[in-house]
Design a protein around this ligand. Structure first.
Ligand code: ATP
Ligand code: MG
Length: 184
């Protein structure tokens, strides 16, 4: 690990980008990633927020649009996946994976957030192997954040930093759904 990091830094001279995974059932995965995007943008880093499964703009888009260093792209179908993804969901996600592969390799971004990519793998929307390849083959300076419940063992194994959001309590169980500006 240490040796790999030193080699990668040496290759690029631009510092090392690490791989984060934010998973678990508690609230805070996507918002932690967005918080990092905000911080990175403030430091002049160029950020891509790629959202899988989500096909509808939520409130963060309005805020992110005002920040010039942050681009947002969505690769979700129109509706929420409950049990089985549709052909449209799969097509959108796979197209998204190709797009982010190009974006990561383009040299345009320092931080790339793959929001809900762990869930996309869980639902079989795209291949875990492909995602891991893209992460492994990225330019050394690109920092990657993967969010989503049910992150796989291999994804966790490939990460340098893994945070599990533990649900201690959630008002969801008391019937409080998603609220604009808080979850949506
Ligand atoms: P945030 O975007 O607030 O940081 P998150 O990324 O950690 O949250 P997700 O796993 O993406 O959370 O969950 C998205 C939505 O699922 C939430 O808006 C919430 O309304 C709903 N949810 C929360 N807890 C549960 C649960 N136990 N089972 C099913 N759905 C839940
Ligand atoms: Mg989320």
């Amino acid at each position: 690990m240490q040796k790999t990091s030193i080699m990668r830094q040496g290759e690029t001279g631009r510092g090392i980008g690490y791989v984060h995974v934010y998973t678990g059932n508690g609230k805070g995965k996507t918002t932690a990633a967005l918080g990092l995007a905000l911080r990175a943008s403030g430091a002049g880093k160029r950020v891509l927020v790629a959202q899988f499964l989500k096909g509808r703009a939520s409130s963060e888009h309005t805020a992110l649009k005002q920040l010039k260093n942050i681009a947002v792209q969505q690769f979700g179908g129109a509706s929420f996946i409950v049990k089985k993804p549709s052909a449209v969901d799969c097509r959108c996600a796979r197209k998204g994976l190709k797009t982010i592969e190009r974006a990561i390799g383009s040299g345009t971004y320092d931080l790339v957030i793959l929001d809900e990519a762990a869930v996309a793998v869980y639902f079989g929307l795209f291949s875990e192997v492909r995602l891991l390849e893209i992460i492994k083959n990225r330019p050394a300076y690109v920092e990657i954040v993967v969010t989503g419940r049910k992150a796989s063992k291999r994804l966790i194994g490939a990460a340098d930093l893994v945070t599990e959001m533990k649900e201690v309590k959630h008002y969801f169980h008391a019937g409080v759904g998603s609220r604009k500006g808080i979850e949506d």
